[in-house]
Design a protein around this ligand. Structure first.
Ligand code: TYM
Length: 321
């Protein structure tokens, strides 16, 4: 069984990425799994090339620091030729309406002056990422499940139109922390590309900054310490974060605390403890650029080799190549 997933270096990795995705990838890994830095996906909105290169590097270090084995990681753009080719084949199996319906496209396109065509077609590239490697399971947070559904539809459609080539993948989601919310505005998800970073805990933030951000998290004036996500979203978010860090349920952790201040302190200490080893390891990887480069090169070679047959078969069935 192959699991595959990725993170886009559109900013520094944040707590939601870690609790909702990366930590599970490291914990659940089996030898065939692949986790990668999806740098091509960061090009769908305006970005700075030098910054993208350094964020890709940092994100690769975070994946390794989280405990994902070096022989299971790669950087997406190292397979740009293979993925570009498969994306084209899949774009020709995808309708405009299907792509335009994607919630994330609608959200991100809204409010942008110029909408890049890549923003519309990016879920198809994501389908290529998944299908090229023959992934069975795709562990993601809630925000990505619709894209995995698209990959499923495209795989099925291609297989029934041209012949069986692709494994039909399925999304698997985290229990708690599938959707960590922004600390300042708990109605929006925590995101690495949010402009105002006051409500975003980055995994490489130093511990004092983490404590400060959590101590300023928005709660409410109800003064009721219960897990009620609909009525007290800020509080529920803190309880979910604490539950996720301590392996308990949000309802249970709520019972241990009586004031918001005391709860915030407990959340801050749990998050700092959770992130400390990750931060230390990531800084070590970043201190050894040659080591990181060689892990990256070996990963690219392995992933390319693995995807070769599926790409060749798909091109052949499609009547090209
Ligand atoms: P990205 O970089 O937005 O997010 C990486 C992973 O983190 C999860 N996540 C969250 N989980 C909980 N709470 C949050 N606030 C939160 N924010 C993000 C995401 O669900 C995701 O699992 N397009 C993808 C990357 C990608 C990919 C793929 C994934 C590219 N190709 C192939 C799977 C398979 C993305 O931008 O994820």
């Amino acid at each position: 069984m192959t699991r595959l997933s990725a993170i886009t270096p559109s900013g520094h990795a944040q707590l939601g990425n870690y609790l909702g995705a990366i930590r599970r990838w490291a914990g659940e890994g089996s030898p065939g799994d692949l986790y990668f830095v999806s740098d091509l996906h960061a090009m769908t909105v305006s970005y700075n090339p030098a910054k993208l290169r350094s964020l890709s590097r940092e994100t690769l270090a975070v994946l390794l620091a989280a405990g994902i084995a070096p022989d299971r990681v790669f950087v997406q753009s190292d397979l740009v030729r293979e993925l570009g080719a498969l994306s084209w084949v899949l774009e020709c199996a995808c309708s405009y309406g299907e792509a335009a319906r994607m919630t994330q496209f609608k959200q991100k396109a809204d409010g942008q002056g110029v909408v890049r065509l890549g923003l519309l077609t990016y879920p198809v590239l994501m389908a290529a990422d998944i299908l090229l490697q023959g992934a069975d399971e795709v562990p993601v947070g809630q925000d990505q499940t619709q894209h995995v559904e698209l990959a499923r539809s495209l795989a099925r459609r291609f297989n029934s139109t041209y012949g069986d080539v692709f494994v039909v993948p399925r999304a698997v989601m985290a229990g708690t922390a599938a959707r960590v919310m922004d600390l300042s505005d708990p109605t929006r998800k925590m995101s690495k590309s949010t402009q105002d970073s006051a409500g975003v805990v980055f995994v490489l933030d130093d511990p004092d900054l983490v404590r400060r951000k959590i101590s300023r998290a928005a709660t409410d004036s109800d003064n009721r310490l219960e897990y009620r996500p609909t009525f007290q979203p800020g509080l529920a978010n803190l309880l979910e974060i604490l539950a996720s860090c301590t392996g308990r349920s949000p309802i249970e952790v709520a019972e241990d605390h009586t004031t918001y201040g005391e709860l915030k302190e407990a959340v801050a200490e749990a998050v700092v403890a959770e992130l400390a080893p990750l931060r230390a390891q990531a800084l070590e990887y970043l201190d050894d650029p040659a080591g990181l480069d060689s892990i990256r090169a070996a990963g690219a070679e392995r992933a390319r080799e693995r995807g070769k047959h599926i790409l060749e078969a798909a091109l052949r069935m499609a009547g090209v190549g």
